[in-house]
Each structure stands twice: as structure tokens, then as C-alpha cells.
Design a protein around this ligand. Structure first.
Ligand SMILES: [Zn+2]
Length: 182
């Protein structure tokens, strides 16, 4: 049983409970547990949340609240390549311009998480060459893997809203909330 298997089992056994990096590190028995958590998220679609995704969590805390898996992103590139692409793309989503750590305009209280995207998916023969890789935020990445939920016009509109000043974004958010809450 590898470190990734042990961490997976640990999260599944602690469903709905907040766990800490100390616990994960102990279970993993390796120092590179953060990379394994990323693999569980990106390769297996596990919905492990950190303080970046969930304002209830403090840094160093994680929670898995559902066994439902998201579509796997199929990212198995090296840490070094990941950093190269992030640096090349200025740590910003290449579709909507969101930056790492920016507040997520779609989910108040959450921060933007960046992923490395294969422009031509690996399932269609896309390679790990630098020119087939780019940075996407989790929202654009999910929209890409599930085109049906967010159409192209919606993505374009979202991109425009995200480039607007924060005050304008909030006005848009409140206006839409008013419409849909009533
Ligand atoms: Zn984006």
C-alpha cells in the first residue's frame, strides 16, 4: 500500500471530519504528502478541501465531505514542469485572468485554485509538452471538463466580470442574488 492509498483511506475513514496536516503526514509516512493530496484531487477527483476552498478551515486543515468524485483531470506532470508552466503563465488563469489566491467571484469566501490544463486532452493524444500545457483556474477547468454546465457565452461573460473591479463584481453578484432569491 503506497502513501497515496494510505492518505485516500484516511480521508475516507474520516469523512466529514476536519483533519490536520500533522495527521496526514503521520498516515502518509512521507514528507511529500501535499503532492499526494494533489494527486488524489486531480487524478482521482476526490473533493478534499483546504482553507483555500473552504473559509471554515484554517491553514493546515483539510476536510473530505463527500465520496462523490469529480471528473479526473488527468494531470500527472512533474512538480518542476508545473512550476515552469505557472511561471510562464504568470500564475493566472489563461481563460479568465484569475490569479492564485484571488477571491473566487463565484464562491464567496473561497480562493482561486490554479491547475495545469492539457489544451488537447490526454485522452485525445495530448502530450505533456510545454506548448500543450497552460494554467486554468478550477472554475474554468471544471467548465472545460463538463462543457454542459457552463456554455462558451457564459464563460466569456464570467471572464469579463472577473476582470472588473471588485466593487463591480460585488454589484453584479448582489443583483443576481436578488433576482434568483426572490
Ligand atoms: Zn479561469
Amino acid at each position: 500500500m503506497g502513501a497515496r492509498d494510505r492518505i485516500r483511506e484516511f480521508f475516507e475513514n474520516n469523512l466529514g471530519k476536519i483533519v490536520t496536516t500533522q495527521q496526514v503526514r503521520k498516515v502518509a509516512k512521507i514528507s511529500e504528502y501535499a503532492r499526494r493530496i494533489r494527486e488524489l484531487r486531480e487524478l482521482e477527483g476526490m473533493q478534499i478541501k483546504s482553507h483555500i476552498d473552504d473559509p471554515r478551515l484554517k491553514p493546515g486543515q483539510y476536510i473530505l465531505e463527500t465520496l462523490d468524485r469529480l471528473p479526473a483531470l488527468g494531470i500527472a506532470i512533474s512538480l518542476q514542469k508545473r512550476n515552469t508552466i505557472l511561471e510562464r503563465n504568470g500564475y493566472t488563469c489563461q481563460l479568465c485572468g484569475a490569479g492564485a489566491g484571488d477571491p473566487d467571484p463565484l464562491y464567496p469566501g473561497r480562493k482561486v485554485r490554479l491547475h495545469i490544463d492539457h489544451i488537447l486532452p490526454q485522452s485525445q493524444g495530448g502530450t505533456d509538452d510545454d506548448d500543450n500545457l497552460r494554467v486554468l483556474c478550477s472554475t474554468c477547468n471544471q467548465s472545460k471538463s463538463n462543457i454542459q454546465t457552463t456554455s462558451e457565452p457564459t464563460l466569456n461573460l464570467l471572464a469579463r466580470i472577473r476582470k472588473a473591479p471588485r466593487a463591480i463584481q460585488k454589484e453584479v453578484y448582489l443583483a443576481l442574488k436578488k433576482t434568483f432569491d426572490s
